[in-house]
Design a protein around this ligand. Structure first.
Ligand SMILES: Nc1ncnc2c1ncn2[C@@H]1O[C@H](COP(=O)(O)OP(=O)(O)OP(=O)(O)O)[C@@H](O)[C@H]1O
Ligand SMILES: [Mg+2]
Length: 229
């Protein structure tokens, strides 16, 4: 258990901006300090939240109706209470979301023990009012939209077997508007805005090591200045 109040870093940015890449790098670099990553995705409401979901038709109707890019699709009160528990030194059982089933797993949870540094990352990490009082450092990962879209198309088509047409329909139909409404405004109030200025890296499919180090550097400087590292 952590011997002092854990330090909470909340990191947001649009889909494909590099949040998970930076969070993984933080986890690797600061493992010795005691660090844990808290993913926002687990908190999507279970199907039961939207009414009966016993038949395929009912489930499909729910999936078609929900905007998964709006924070309303997540159980933010549970997210806040579990983060508060972690900050108070209590171990939590985090829900796990099953993307294939579009539902929360019923029996399985992820046990998270408190650590000195907690990183919450996701597209709504800075847009949930209940979380704000808990956050010690807020970070916005600012990556140009064309790169984010290119990365998202690549991920969904190459890694998830989707068609370009369906990825673009989703992007233009919900993702883009929700980004400007719920994620982008956080850039103007974040403590730290990080951007990868290493232009050659922009053509890469995966973040090269140097690109990740460039994004990590301002965070490290801030954590050192605040005496966290
Ligand atoms: N600085 C960078 N230079 C080049 N590629 C990068 C950089 N940062 C991240 N990437 C790559 O961009 C892709 C998307 O990054 P990542 O999955 O971290 O984004 P994300 O913000 O977590 O997206 P999502 O919200 O969809 O989970 C990955 O393939 C990653 O390797
Ligand atoms: Mg991610």
């Amino acid at each position: 258990m952590a011997d002092s109040t854990p330090y909470l870093i909340a990191m947001t940015g649009g889909s494909g901006s590099g949040k998970s890449t930076v969070a993984d790098a933080l986890l690797e670099h600061y493992a010795d300090h005691g660090i844990v990553v808290f993913h926002e995705d687990g908190y999507y409401w279970p199907m039961s939240h939207y009414g009966p979901a016993d038949t395929d038709e009912q489930r499909e109707a729910i999936i078609a109706k929900v905007n998964y890019d709006d924070p309303i699709s997540k159980e933010t009160s549970l997210m806040a209470s579990q983060l508060a528990d972690l900050k108070a030194g209590r171990t939590i059982e985090q829900p796990i979301y099953d993307y294939d089933q579009h539902d929360r797993k019923i029996t399985e949870t992820r046990t998270i023990a408190p650590a000195n540094i907690i990183v919450i990352e996701g597209i709504h990490a800075l847009s949930v009012p209940e979380l704000k009082p808990l956050i010690d450092l807020s970070i916005y990962v600012d990556t140009p939209d064309d790169l984010r879209l290119a990365r998202r198309i690549r991920r969904d088509v190459v890694e998830r077997g989707r068609s370009v047409e369906s990825v673009l329909a989703q992007y233009l139909g919900t993702v883009r508007a929700a980004h400007y409404r719920h994620t982008y405004p956080a850039m103007f109030e974040a403590d730290l805005v990080i951007a990868d200025e290493g232009l050659p890296a922009y053509g890469q499919v995966r973040a090269p090591k140097e690109a990740v180090e460039r994004m990590l550097a301002p965070i490290t400087a801030r954590l050192q200045a605040e005496g966290v590292l």
